[in-house]
Design a binder for this molecule. Structure first.
Ligand SMILES: [Zn+2]
Length: 435
């Protein structure tokens, strides 16, 4: 099968950091070879990259595609004063207003935004309490139309009574069952759960059963705000991590989103179960919930980097993560941000059953071609410097996913972006109206 050969490129890897000025050949959806000796085969497309930086596709370690239509949304009539009020007056009004059309439009817009930023895989956490059944399939179809990979789940909660809980559990179960024998590296599922403070003990047991039955992890918000721990200790007389552990939710593939207010003992308990933590700097700042104990988390846990629904731009997220690390005087190094990006790719690889996030022979060909020509030397020792202070989403010119062009000369190929955006404007207006 004809492939693609990228010539005259500056191959920049982040896991581990490396820089090579070599050719790269793509065939059958994979990176087929890297090196000076790489030759184009008959029928191959040969692309001159003009010495610009080529990166592996980036992975968003925790996001909510359902919030993609919230940009520009009118603020609540009564301004929220704390995290719980932000949920009650903004996000829990938005999610109940979602119908299948707005779920699809949101997912497609979110996927396009991500693609344009060189983000090729999303670990998504979805909620639409009035349109649960089939919502994960709808999101998958939209991601697929743009070309992205996804690790999806539905946010189970007890906020909408028994029927809401059962519908959430059923959607996770149905989606996971559909993927049991799939293994195509494109989509996978996790068991989704909102947060401990909106989940009853019985629901936690059911979530755990589901995770065991499908042999996957749980994707849940934990200690994003102090209210999570307060509800645990007041209503259930137990600490956060003990509640998670006692219900069997701390599995090796479990993703804990945020962990902003985890106590030392909680971190130790979660670390002993080899779970991952998804850090979302901009969202935490936006909600004013505080700063995660990153140095401590990074020393014992796998920390992913996510946007928590604030777009799909991992360059911007990485840069802000670094600024915040400095602002908080954490003494973490710029390479710790690269590590978080690499961890997100490794975690997605684990779920999807393919190796992504690396420019390495045999890895899936998810490749970002930029027009970034470094103004100074670039080498393994300063990749983080270029990524945090030079490279931006605006440099992303082309994106290949699984060996196929998905963005070419900044044009989205899979969908008619103009039509999607025109339609999104109407769908958003109607969605905001329903809120
Ligand atoms: Zn989240």
């Amino acid at each position: 099968m004809a492939g693609i050969v990228l010539e005259n490129c500056c191959l920049v890897d982040i896991d581990p950091a490396s820089v090579r000025f070599e050719k790269l050949r793509i065939a059958d959806g994979l990176i087929a070879g890297i090196g000076a000796e790489v030759q184009a085969e008959p029928g191959d497309e040969v692309v001159d990259c003009s010495g610009a930086v080529i990166l592996p596709g980036l992975v968003n370690g925790h996001t909510h595609l359902y919030s993609a239509l919230a940009v520009g949304m009118p603020p609540p009539s009564e301004p929220p004063e704390n995290f719980l009020q932000i949920l009650e007056r903004v996000w829990w009004k938005l999610d109940v207003a979602l119908d299948i059309k707005s779920i699809e439009t949101s997912a497609t817009i979110g996927a396009i935004e991500a693609l344009r930023c060189g983000t090729t895989t999303l670990i998504d956490h979805h909620a639409s309490p009035n349109s649960i059944d089939g919502s994960l399939d709808a999101i998958e179809r939209c991601l697929d139309s743009v070309g992205l990979r996804g690790v999806l789940c539905y946010e189970t909660t007890d906020r909408h009574g028994l029927s809401g809980r059962e519908a959430g559990l059923a959607e996770n179960d149905r989606y996971l069952a559909r993927h049991t024998d799939r293994h195509d590296g494109r989509f996978a599922g996790l068991v989704g759960a909102h947060a401990l403070f909106t989940l009853e003990d019985e629901t936690l047991s059911e979530l755990s059963d589901l995770a065991k039955r499908h042999d996957v992890g749980v994707h849940i918000h934990v200690a994003e705000d102090p209210c999570d721990e307060e509800v645990c200790t007041t209503d259930h007389q137990i600490f956060l991590s003990d509640r998670l552990r006692s219900h069997g939710l701390l599995r090796p593939e479990t993703i804990i989103a945020h962990g902003t207010h985890l106590a030392n003992d909680d971190v130790a308990t979660i670390a002993s179960a080899s779970c991952s933590i998804a850090h979302n700097t901009r969202s935490n700042m936006n909600n004013g919930v505080g700063y995660a104990p990153l140095p401590q988390l990074a020393s014992v846990l796998t920390v992913l980097l996510g946007t928590d629904g604030i777009g799909g731009d991992m360059f911007a997220e990485a840069r802000t993560a670094w600024f915040k690390m400095c602002d908080e005087q954490t003494a973490l190094s710029p390479d710790s941000v690269l590590k978080m990006l690499a961890n997100s790719a490794r975690r997605a690889s684990q779920s999807l059953g393919v190796e992504l996030g690396k420019l390495k022979t045999g890895c899936v060909a998810d490749i970002v071609l930029t027009d970034y020509l470094p103004a100074g030397p670039i080498h393994a020792g300063n990749v983080a410097g270029h990524l945090l202070f030079g490279l931006e989403a605006r440099h992303v010119r082309d994106v290949i996913i699984g060996g196929q062009w998905r963005l070419r000369d900044r044009k989205v190929l899979g969908v008619d972006e103009g039509r999607v955006r025109r339609e999104a404007s109407e769908v958003s207006a109607s969605l905001w109206e329903r809120m």
